[in-house]
Design a protein around this ligand. Structure first.
Ligand code: ADP
Length: 484
């Protein structure tokens, strides 16, 4: 890896302001999903190492929460500036460990940094309230205080941005953090720690524990009564385990879990715009995001035309190494992901779906899968109910608004949803009818630091981004002054 600043590639964990090996010296390999080559070995931390990080964060909490909001803001801002300055190196590290095309990786770095910038600003505006008292001698004041030590567990599909989205508001509020990045992609996290060190965070404010044993780290973090808040992004399955584990110490939790996003195209939609939106929403990160369109519903009047236009556009997507310019679809993260996507496509074909483009593993081999469009898809196919997490778009036909709203809501998930249409009455009705935390209307791209990201139902609890995101990391304290 040809980095301009080679010290951004770290392989030890970051605990209490020190690059730290596991106490037993264990390491595990990090590989490039493009060709399976080992990039480096990182520290494989165990219970006792995680405990050390919790202790460091506890000690640092006293220091960090007692800084002024302005001081915290200045350090966060410095961290943001450093991320922008080193964006190209950060993107290269990201693509090498994760596989997404370099242009997309750079997009993620800027997106990730935007949370740090936003919360550097918000840090100064954690206002409380003064409420008119309930008696003539009473005065009521509401304070907002940081919740304490925060544990953040993040996934591999956005190795940078899922960290900054949690950590920036936590730090802005005055919390300290222990981060466990996904085992496949810890290098982006460690590069962020290197920049945090340069930005001047006091020791112990930000800690990163790398480990191949997620369950052990998760258990140690959730068992600890020092950790007062858990912020998790990942699968619904693991989210439920962590919520249960957090119950024993009654932690606050934020959960960004799986999705099964519907993408609806009505007869009166602009089809070219809808195709563009579908490509952006479905094929970004090779389909490996929790807000990717999972089920595309096209109304009967435009069904054939939409499938044709979408297939044509998908056919043109360039597949290959993320490091080669012009490629739009990289490899899937690992073999298990490839097998899952392949199995879903096979199941759909067996049950009557037609492949209009793609449909198989890519000739490049490895974990590449062809960008695929399936038509004549029906409810009983597995793609309807499972998160595909790959570059496969099943397209369903529907007749009425009521029918498509019911179909779209017929899932335990409720994260992102999208629709294209131009009738203002319908737009309001559908937007209100969709049981989702987020609705994209005539757009396939909804993620931004300034808006609340999050889901309902089994897609999660809590919101990230915007001023709502900061509320997740503060406790409200009510002061009642009497005898005045
Ligand atoms: P994905 O399907 O996106 O990989 P996971 O939920 O498996 O989602 O992983 C998201 C994050 O959760 C990763 O950091 C992973 O290491 C971590 N993780 C997986 N299993 C557990 C567990 N039992 N306890 C705590 N963290 C876990």
């Amino acid at each position: 890896m040809q980095l301009k600043d080679p010290s951004l590639l770290q392989n030890k964990a970051y605990v209490n302001g020190q690059w730290t090996a596991a106490q037993n010296g264990a390491t595990y390999p990090i590989t490039n999903p493009f060709d399976g080559a080992v990039i480096t070995e990182v520290a494989d931390m165990k219970k006792e190492d995680v405990q050390q990080a919790i202790d460091a964060a506890e000690k640092a909490f006293d220091v960090w929460k007692n800084k002024t909001a302005g001081e915290r803001s200045t350090i966060l801002r410095k961290w943001f500036d450093l991320q922008m300055e080193h964006a190209e190196d950060l993107a290269l590290i990201l693509t090498t460990e994760q596989g997404k095309p370099l242009a997309e990786a750079l997009g993620e770095i800027r997106y990730g940094a935007s949370f740090v910038e936003w919360y550097a600003e918000e840090a100064k505006r954690v206002y409380g309230d003064v409420i008119p008292g309930h008696g003539v001698d009473k005065r009521i004041v509401v304070l907002k205080q940081p919740v304490g030590v925060v544990a953040a567990i993040t996934p591999w599909n956005f190795p940078n941005a899922m960290i900054t989205r949690k950590v920036a508001p936590a730090l802005a509020a005055g919390c300290t953090v222990v981060i466990k990045p996904a085992e496949d992609t810890p290098l982006s996290a460690l590069a962020l720690a290197e920049l945090a060190e340069r930005a001047g965070f006091p020791e112990g404010v930000l800690n990163i524990v790398t480990s191949s044993n997620a369950a052990e780290v998760g258990e140690t973090l959730t068992k600890s009564s020092v950790v007062r808040k858990l912020s998790f992004t990942g699968s619904t399955r693991v989210g439920k385990i962590l919520m249960k584990q957090s119950a024993d110490t009654v932690k606050k939790v934020s959960m960004e879990l799986g999705g099964n996003a519907p993408f609806i195209v009505f007869d009166d939609a602009d089809l070219d715009e809808a195709v563009e939106g579908a490509i952006a929403s479905k094929y970004r990160n090779a389909g490996q995001t929790c807000v990717c369109a999972n089920r595309i519903y096209a109304q009967a009047g435009i069904y054939d035309a939409f499938v044709e236009k979408l297939s044509e556009a998908v056919n043109k997507l360039n597949v290959g190494s993320g490091l080669e310019k012009g490629n739009e679809i990289g490899p899937l993260i690992n073999t298990a992901a490839l097998e899952k996507v392949e199995g879903l496509v096979k199941d759909a074909i067996e049950k009557g779906a037609k492949v209009t483009t793609g449909g198989e593993r890519h000739q490049l081999g490895g974990t590449f899968f062809q960008p695929t469009v399936l038509s004549q898809v029906s409810e009983e196919m597995k793609v309807t109910h499972e998160e595909i997490f790959g570059p496969v778009a099943p397209v369903y036909k529907f007749e009425t608004d009521e029918e498509v709203i019911a179909a779209a809501n017929n899932t335990e998930y409720g994260l992102a949803s999208y629709f294209y249409g131009n009738n203002i009455r319908r737009i309001w009705k559908v937007a209100e009818g969709l049981e989702y935390g987020m609705v994209g209307i005539n757009t396939g791209m909804i993620s931004t630091a300034v808006a609340p990201f999050g889901g309902v139902k089994e897609s999660g609890v809590g919101r990230e981004g915007s001023f709502y995101g900061l509320e997740e990391f503060v406790e409200v304290k009510y002061l009642c002054f009497g005898g005045i």
